[in-house]
Write a protein that binds this ligand. Structure first.
Ligand SMILES: [Mn+2]
Length: 238
């Protein structure tokens, strides 16, 4: 079953942004988004950073997130963002997300890949340690690994259009997106959805499903198929 692949992509959930416990509206909105994504029956989900609003979120918020992700009937690959980056007190250092059977956290500062052989998938991503001008989310991304059908990537940072200069933190340049050669690149950081499709790249910011900026609370569904152009849809959570 590797001639087609359906990806659900979301980012920027920011759990804990609006208080703790069940009163945090991000919890209910994330749960609704996960239900909507599951109804689309993806083969896997990519979560492109900022699951948490801060590294100081409480244990109950972490437990909520872990349980919500562990319950999904498909694999999940995830990177940290700038709000939950790999600082010394990082939420991803304090809690062992590796014990969630269907989750792969890509937290290596030099970049690393999760291989899902049953899907023919490799997903590459990098663990942000510090949101700075020196952090380049796509630098060092690998060529398509041997024997891999679907070469996927993730990045968390600021989009820089073709030909523009930027002094901002964690820049992701259009030229880098096109050079990386991913079948799909799942991006996070901008809370408004943004498709970045050219003859040589299919990438997107999914937008945040817990924020109403732009087109509203959104996620992305991507369909890849052998011999066909990828299709990318931004879905609004009702
Ligand atoms: Mn961010």
């Amino acid at each position: 079953m590797t001639d087609r692949l359906r990806i659900a992509h979301c980012s920027d959930i920011h759990l804990g942004a609006n208080g703790a416990g069940a009163a945090d509206p991000c919890r209910a909105r994330f749960a609704r988004a996960l239900d909507a994504m599951a109804a689309d029956r993806p083969d896997l989900m990519l979560l492109a950073g900022d699951l948490f609003d801060t590294n100081s979120v409480g244990d109950d918020t972490v437990a909520f997130a872990m349980e919500a992700l562990a319950r999904l009937p498909f694999p999940v690959a995830m990177i940290p963002g700038n709000h939950d980056c790999l600082a010394d007190d990082a939420v991803f250092r304090r809690h062992d997300f590796g014990r969630i059977a269907n989750l792969r956290l890509l937290a290596d500062a030099a970049g690393g890949s999760a291989v899902l052989p049953e899907l023919g998938v490799s997903v590459w991503g990098k663990g942000m340690v510090e949101h700075s001008r020196d952090f380049r989310p796509l630098a060092g991304s690998p060529k398509r690994p041997e024997g891999i059908r679907w070469h996927l990537g993730m990045g968390h940072g600021l989009f820089v259009p073709r030909g523009e200069a930027s002094e901002r933190s964690s820049p992701i340049r259009m030229e880098e997106i096109e050079a990386a050669g991913f079948d799909y690149l799942a991006l996070g950081h901008h809370h408004a959805a943004m498709e970045l499709v050219t003859p040589s790249a299919t990438a997107a910011y999914s937008g945040s499903p817990t924020d109403d900026v732009g087109r509203g609370a959104t996620y992305a569904i991507v369909d890849l198929a052998a011999g066909a152009a990828p299709t990318l849809a931004i879905r609004v959570v009702g």
